[in-house]
Design a protein around this ligand. Structure first.
Ligand code: CP
Ligand code: NVA
Length: 309
């Protein structure tokens, strides 16, 4: 059994194996035949729990769809209906979950709690986002890029705006899969201490900072942004919002990049803030493909966690 907690803890070989499995799974989903049947029953007899402290549309839906389409069953657990953290420790809660489930997807605020939960778990734990990371999303983004543009190794990913949880998972992936990240955003929102410490002693080209968004996107194979205010963040003041304006992704900004550049956003988006209203109509934007691919990746993450390949 394997946990899927963060991309910096999973070997490159395993990440590549998950990406390769997702290609097969997606092909089988779209095709007919015995291969499709093989995948549609591989989670037969298993029960996957979903426990989300925060809102979710894509992660919850794509995991539910993935499990059901692989022949397993899902159980949605509501935090306000269980004792976790109120009268029962995480340790004891985790032990209980292990008695009844085969895998558990957790979306928690605090990353430490995810690790504490996994320490006492006898079933695979999958990180469905914390304040610090979003590995399922980023692996899907890489899958989507590779599907459209080939191997991501050596490519340049330009991240605009705020260095947040999704950004941190991109950093982990960049190290494991040998691509480069250029961060472009106001100094207040640059990569934090933990992110910089993670990069210490590694190839300095993994992360560079470019203040000018136009200069940054000129180098990009892939441009990525996310909401300036994440679910765990406080709303920004006017002066911060003003500073971030320059880093909004617009069609005009994409025009400074190479013709074949792709733009990704994990969604949900704050149209008019980090992206212009019309960005999702632009054919360089592949946010919908990203969202659609979430299910294929979740299938392979589950299959890997359960030791099915
Ligand atoms: N991108 C993503 O994880 O979306 P949800 O918050 O809707 O799950
Ligand atoms: N950074 C965002 C991602 C949502 C999928 C958040 O944490 O709210």
């Amino acid at each position: 059994m394997n946990n899927f907690l963060n991309l910096n803890e999973i070997t490159t070989n395993n990440l590549e194996a998950i990406l390769e499995d997702a290609c097969k799974v997606k092909k089988a989903t779209l095709g007919g035949s015995a291969v499709k049947e093989h995948y549609s029953s591989c989670l037969d007899g298993t029960l996957t729990g979903l426990l989300f402290e925060k809102l979710s549309t894509r992660t919850r839906l794509s995991f539910e769809a993935a499990v059901l389409r692989l022949g397993g069953q899902v159980l949605n657990l509501r935090k306000d209906e269980i004792h976790m953290g109120k009268g029962e420790t995480l340790e004891d809660t985790s032990a209980m979950f292990s008695l009844f489930l085969d895998a558990l997807v957790l979306r928690l605020y605090e990353e430490e709690k995810l690790y504490e939960f996994s320490r006492y778990s006898k079933i695979p734990i999958i990180n469905g986002l914390t304040n610090e990371s979003h590995p399922c999303q980023v692996l899907t983004d890489i899958f989507t890029f590779q599907e459209l543009r080939g191997c991501i190794a050596g490519k340049k990913v330009v991240w605009l705006g705020v260095a947040n949880n999704v950004f941190q998972s991109f950093l982990h992936a960049a190290v494991a899969l040998s691509f480069n990240i250029i961060f472009s955003g106001p100094s207040k929102f640059q990569p934090n201490k933990k992110m910089c410490e993670f990069l210490q002693g590694r190839d300095p080209n993994i992360l560079t900072v470019e203040q000018n968004p136009i200069v940054a996107v000129k180098k990009a194979d892939l441009i990525v942004t996310d909401k300036w205010v994440s679910m765990h963040d406080d709303e920004l003041g006017k002066s911060d919002l003003n500073k971030l304006e320059n880093f909004r992704v617009t069609r005009q900004l994409l025009d400074f990049a190479k013709q074949e550049v792709l733009f990704m956003h994990c969604l949900p988006a704050d149209k008019g803030r980090e992206v212009s209203q019309d960005i999702f109509e632009d054919n360089r934007c592949v946010a919908l493909q990203e969202a659609r691919n979430r299910m294929h990746l979740q299938k392979s993450i589950l299959r890997w966690c359960l030791g099915l390949f």
